[in-house]
Design a protein around this ligand. Structure first.
Ligand code: NAD
Ligand code: GLY
Length: 372
């Protein structure tokens, strides 16, 4: 097992990465204020991992309430959030009861929001079970639910006390979900870590085969990058944390434009990163060679290279509702160089329109509109 720290003033917390951590009561116990927890999970993860977690906590004398929600982004809603609170109230949970999120990013975000709001805030422990959640969503304290007007529009910053990234649980993750997690790993190299990008180019095949050593290394390097960014800009006020949104403005437009649930978040981010690279190259900020490096990694990871052709106007309309829009101005994360992303309002409108126009944008077409 390897351990990293998220170095937040006042409330630092550990991220443990390694095999079989879900059954390690010794890692959980020091972070519980009282021996009572509520574990939130879903109907897919529960049959796989809930009993093992319950048993190890039960044997250590911890009183466990389990809350099993239906699986899917469609359930990241006000109703599910309220259901968690209802169950906790009925069970007479207290201010010192810890909430444990056992699942992917949907369960992590929902449980985190319940932890932020139950009795005005209770301790949260993240036990992420998807690759995306282990390298991104479980770290950094962003929690929330969706609204019919858009994704993650309601939420709070609420940092966990502990993150347990158990690499063994990834063995049951479907291939498509695994690839979506790899997109977020590639993101860290592209944004701020050129040596990691070089390492990924050398080790991508082993990573795609889920080689245990390579996978652990990739999770650790991703969490190190995320932890450093969160420590610099916990509440996303200085622009540093916003860099983690590379590919997201294009990606959210793809997800919404294609209809939620058609593209996975990580797939849309992958193609969105290509569109950001395409735009950066058109503006002369990176070379064609750099652009092809990005394309090659995304392709080797089996992620989609072509965004749906929604029409440039529809793309611009969807991108205008991005959370980074400030005083009505679109702000995009683009590349000054590979390994050096910036948040900018300086996107050239003509270049942007080309990226979004069929026959001009390199990563826009009718092929592969729906990832397989
Ligand atoms: P997810 O939570 O929907 O999980 C994907 C699928 O994998 C689900 O069907 C789930 O039941 C299943 N699953 C989970 N673990 C499994 C396992 N070990 N074996 C087999 N199946 C398993 O999706 P996700 O990609 O983990 O997360 C996406 C969500 O994360 C989105 O809602 C997104 O908004 C959010 N997100 C949040 C942050 C943040 O900083 N808070 C960052 C990125 C994404
Ligand atoms: N996933 C983006 C962030 O945590 O800021």
């Amino acid at each position: 097992m390897k351990t990293l720290k998220v170095d937040l003033a006042g409330a630092p917390y550990p991220i443990h990465v390694g095999p079989a951590l879900t059954t390690r009561a010794d890692l959980l116990l020091p972070h519980l204020a009282i021996p009572q927890v509520a574990v939130v999970t879903n109907s897919t993860v529960a049959p796989l991992y809930l009993d093992a977690l319950r048993d190890c906590l039960g044997q250590a004398g911890v009183n466990v309430l389990s809350i099993v929600l239906p699986d899917g982004e469609a359930y990241k809603t006000q109703d599910s959030w309220y259901h968690i609170l209802d169950e906790m109230l009925a069970y007479r949970c207290e201010r010192k009861t810890s909430l444990i999120a056992l699942g992917g990013g949907v369960i992590g975000d929902l449980t985190g929001f319940a932890a932020a709001t139950f009795l005005r805030g209770v301790p949260l422990i993240q036990v992420p079970t998807t690759l995306l959640a282990q390298v991104d969503s479980s770290v950094g304290g962003k929690t929330g639910i969706n609204h019919p007007m858009g994704k993650n529009l309601i939420g709070a910053f609420h940092q966990p006390r502990l993150v347990l990234a158990d690499t063994l649980v990834l063995n049951t993750l479907p291939a498509r979900e695994y690839r979506a997690g790899v997109a977020e790993i590639i993101k860290y190299g592209l944004i701020r870590d050129l040596p990691f990008l070089d390492w990924l180019e050398a080790h991508l095949d082993a990573l795609m085969e889920r080689d245990s050593h390579t996978l652990t290394q990739a999770i650790l390097e991703s969490c190190r990058n995320k932890a450093e960014v969160v420590a610099l800009d916990e509440f996303e006020t200085s622009g540093v944390r916003a860099l983690l949104n590379l590919g997201h403005t294009f990606g959210h437009a793809i997800e919404a434009g294609a209809g939620y649930g058609v593209w996975l978040h990580g797939e849309a981010v992958a193609t969105g990163m290509l569109m950001a690279a395409d735009l950066s190259e058109r503006m002369g900020w990176i070379s064609e060679h750099d652009l092809l490096r990005v394309e090659s990694l995304i392709k080797r990871a089996g992620l989609p290279l072509q965004a749906p052709d929604l029409g440039a106007d529809r793309y611009l309309q969807l991108m205008a509702s991005d959370k980074k829009v400030e005083a009505g101005n679109l702000r995009l994360v683009l590349f000054k160089a590979l390994g050096r992303a910036i948040l900018t309002q300086e996107a050239d409108p003509a270049c942007l329109k080309s990226v979004l126009t069929a026959g001009k944008g390199r990563y826009l077409g009718r092929q592969n509109e729906v990832p397989q």
